[in-house]
Design a protein around this ligand. Structure first.
Ligand SMILES: NC(=O)C1=CN([C@@H]2O[C@H](COP(=O)(O)OP(=O)(O)OC[C@H]3O[C@@H](n4cnc5c(N)ncnc54)[C@H](O)[C@@H]3O)[C@@H](O)[C@H]2O)C=CC1
Ligand SMILES: O=C([O-])CC(=O)C(=O)O
Length: 271
């Protein structure tokens, strides 16, 4: 069966995914895409070989069998519920939205009822396979420290509300430390990775997130530490920011592409 994919949100990640389907990296057809910036979406769709239709969510869902959300946390509820209610699987990039337990339970129930899947790529981090395995037994603590240059944190609600002038820092400075449940609301476009980590590990209340503004780096760095019955796990990734959105690491788009490839192919490797 040739998978038919629809993408909601044609920004840094959505466009990269679209190109990878268009050039055959993902063995599927890109049938439709949607973005609230409709003109830009039309222009982008026209630049692709497969010329996907530009259709609002309700119509897009009918055309495909996998719906990709690459828009925003605010879009996740509508996209996931519309897709799953129409018996279409969904891939979610704005994972932070799943810190809402009710929403998570609702979409899991819908997926079961309609025999669909909800895919959450590893995004901008590595090591979820190990954390998932470790979490079969007792895990004591999970910490993720996210370091970004000022431009990678601009516009976050925490930064805006506290009037933090990110450009004034001359040395690496921790501006936030707290549970993932709060971090995800304060930095919705910066720490979705903490949501994926919470989901596979010890949950949104116990996972600790630290956010550091670092004027000495140009990359988005995530460091993970996990301790449990299995032993200790450390992972550090230094991500090149995507060309069009400095908050988003390039690897996040590559991870979405790799997940779609895995969905479309029979061999599945990794935990
Ligand atoms: N899971 C992970 O590791 C990562 C997740 N993300 C998240 O993935 C999402 C996409 O990231 P980017 O492509 O970098 O963002 P972006 O800002 O470059 O693009 C998002 C696009 O979605 C559109 N959009 C937003 N809300 C919409 C809605 N309700 N309906 C239709 N279109 C809508 C915007 O107009 C924009 O074109 C963001 O929520 C981001 O925070 C980003 C990096 C890593
Ligand atoms: O891309 C990254 O480095 C992480 C990110 O923005 C997120 O998880 O929301």
């Amino acid at each position: 069966m040739m998978f038919k994919i629809g993408i909601v949100g044609a920004g840094a990640i959505g466009k990269e995914i679209a190109r990878a389907i268009d050039d055959g990296t993902v063995p599927a057809r890109l049938v439709a895409l949607w973005d609230r910036k409709v003109d830009e979406a039309e222009e982008f769709a026209a630049s692709l070989a497969q010329k996907p239709k530009v259709l609002p969510l309700e119509d897009l869902v009918k055309e495909c069998n996998i719906v990709v959300e690459a828009a925003s946390q605010a879009a996740v509820r509508e996209v996931a519920i519309t897709a799953l209610s129409n018996s279409k699987s969904v891939m979610i990039m704005s994972v932070g939205a799943l810190s809402d337990k009710e929403l998570l339970e609702q979409i899991k129930a819908l997926a079961r009822e309609h025999h669909c899947s909800i895919y959450v790529p590893s995004g901008a981090i590595g090591g979820l396979d190990a954390v998932k395995s470790a979490s079969i037994k007792h895990v004591e603590c999970v910490t993720i420290t996210t370091r970004k240059p000022a431009r990678g944190l601009k516009g976050a609600p925490f930064v805006v509300r506290n009037n933090i002038d990110l450009d004034k820092f001359t040395v690496p400075t921790e501006i936030f430390s707290g549970p993932a449940a709060i971090a995800i609301k304060e930095f919705p476009a910066n720490v979705n990775v903490a949501a994926s980590l919470s989901l596979v590990g010890i949950g949104f209340e116990k996972t600790v997130v630290k956010v550091v503004v670092d004027p000495t780096i140009t990359r988005n760095v995530h460091e993970i530490h996990v301790k449990g019955d299995f032993g200790d796990f450390h992972a550090k990734i230094e991500n090149v920011p995507s060309a069009t959105n400095p908050r988003t690491s390039y690897l996040a788009a590559l991870s979405a592409i790799a997940t779609l490839k895995q969905v479309c192919e029979p061999l599945k490797i990794g935990t």
